[in-house]
Design a protein around this ligand. Structure first.
Ligand SMILES: Cc1ncc(COP(=O)(O)O)c(C=O)c1O
Ligand SMILES: Nc1c(O)cccc1C(=O)C[C@H](N)C(=O)O
Length: 418
């Protein structure tokens, strides 16, 4: 296979790795050797801390402590504790974030709470191109809020601000687009929603752990996000909810289970909500998942979010440059914004045989993913992705595309879903 990437890019990558302030964090991960993992935006990899944390929970807390571990290991307080660990990663105070349930379920809860705070307004404004779970959940939230409630779906490129008027209750947006990595202006759009009297709900699935977020500084009303992507909490890890302090006094959310009760162990037939962010809880948390995420989050203790963003921007820019200066450039159209500051932590390219190309790339040791119909998606998680990984990935991608090795790979693939 001919070299398709300029040798200078390899030298620059090695120098950048040697100077990387986050370089030491890679050792916290148990990554398979000979694999370049660029799919942490779908599922973050295993950390040594998570493996150890889960095994201690299983052996000691569950195995020996049995039911007493709800108290002795404070399982009962995990939702708050893990929420407090996520808080600094999104620019929130510890008491304003709770960890629970899935992103989809949490979205339903915060949309319900937000709609309840804007009586007399009937519209959720949202983007048609968003990740499908957000579309389905918003539709349900609107349908169940009342006969006049509905979602206004914006087409790609349609001006969001122009849709905001006195009937809008909630502007619901995903901060970083799952296909293209395009990032919204959180501060500006939150301001625009507030100027129209609406509340804003942000989905941070592709942002938390990858961007230097500041939900409090942006005056965000509600946010939700994923534990299993850049936070590396493991498959199906619990998700999180942020609510601004101003909204926590009287939360009316639609899935009030007993964990949201002010005194759950009174087993009272009448519901009385917990005060504060705990009002968003529903039922018994999955403790193994909570512990796994908690342990994975422990590695973030001393991480500077500005280092995360700086490296994320640099990794993305290097990948774009490597592909753009390769022989494959005419065959790979950038699907992400060209301006790095308008991207999250992923870079995507269009290719008409994206599925086959990605299968060939995976066979070559580079794991990214594809999104229909034609998007090749590469996520850059600054804690473990090296600059050299990015250049090697671009090199192998270019070789596959130029050599046309993807057709046979497409034919051989059985149709993976991820
Ligand atoms: C924007 C967005 N929201 C939500 C989700 C996932 O929600 P859940 O974890 O509930 O499946 C994803 C990805 O799976 C996503 O990309
Ligand atoms: N959440 C996923 C899952 O349960 C299985 C496979 C993939 C996923 C994903 O992460 C999808 C994802 N949110 C995306 O950005 O495409």
């Amino acid at each position: 296979m001919a070299a398709r990437i300029d040798a200078d890019l390899f030298s620059r990558a090695k120098a950048a790795d040697a100077a990387d302030p986050l370089g030491g964090y890679r050792a916290a991960f148990d990554l398979p050797v000979d694999t370049i993992y660029l799919d942490g935006n779908s599922l973050g990899p295993l950390t040594h801390a998570a493996r150890d944390g889960v095994s201690a929970t299983v052996d000691t807390e569950w195995g020996r402590g049995l039911v007493g571990s709800w108290n002795t290991a404070d399982w009962i307080g995990l939702a708050y504790r893990v929420g407090a660990m996520i808080a600094p990663l999104i620019g929130a105070a510890p008491e304003d974030v709770i960890c629970c349930d899935s992103t989809s379920v949490n979205l339903y809860k915060v949309l319900g709470a937000a709609l309840a705070k804007r009586p007399g307004r009937h519209r959720i404004v949202a983007e048609r191109d968003n990740f499908p779970t957000d579309l389905y959940i918003a539709d349900q939230a609107a349908r169940r809020a009342g006969p006049a409630h509905h979602v206004q779906w914006l087409a790609p490129g349609q001006m969001i601000e122009a849709a905001l008027d006195e009937d809008v209750a909630v502007l619901m947006l995903t901060h970083v687009d799952y296909r293209t990595g395009a990032m919204h202006d959180m501060a500006g759009l939150t301001r625009a929603a507030h100027a129209a009297g609406a509340l804003v709900v942000w989905d941070l699935a592709h942002s938390a752990g990858a961007i230097d977020l500041d939900v409090a500084g942006c005056n965000v009303d509600f946010a939700i996000g994923c534990g299993y992507k850049y936070l590396n909490g493991g498959p199906g890890a619990p998700a999180f909810i942020y609510a601004a302090p101003v909204h926590q006094a009287d939360i009316e959310q639609p899935l009030t289970g007993w964990f949201a009760h002010a005194a759950p162990f009174d087993f009272s037939p009448g519901f009385e909500s917990r005060a504060g962010i705990g009002a968003f809880l529903t039922g018994t948390p999955g403790i193994l998942g909570m512990r796994c995420l908690e342990a994975a989050l422990s590695i973030w203790r001393d991480v500077e979010l500005s280092d995360i963003r700086d490296k994320s921007l640099a990794l993305g820019a290097l990948f774009v440059e490597a592909v753009a200066t390769s022989d494959a450039a005419p065959m790979l159209a950038l699907a992400s914004p060209r301006e790095p500051s308008r991207r999250g932590s992923q870079v995507s390219f269009h290719h008409p045989a994206a599925h086959g190309v990605m299968q060939a790339l995976i066979a070559d040791g580079v794991i990214g993913d594809m999104r229909a119909p034609d998007i090749l998606r590469f996520g850059f998680a600054p804690l473990y992705t090296r600059y050299i990984d990015v250049v090697r990935a671009a090199d192998r991608l270019a070789a596959i595309v130029v050599d046309g090795r993807f057709e046979s790979a497409a034919a051989a693939d059985g149709g993976a879903v991820t």
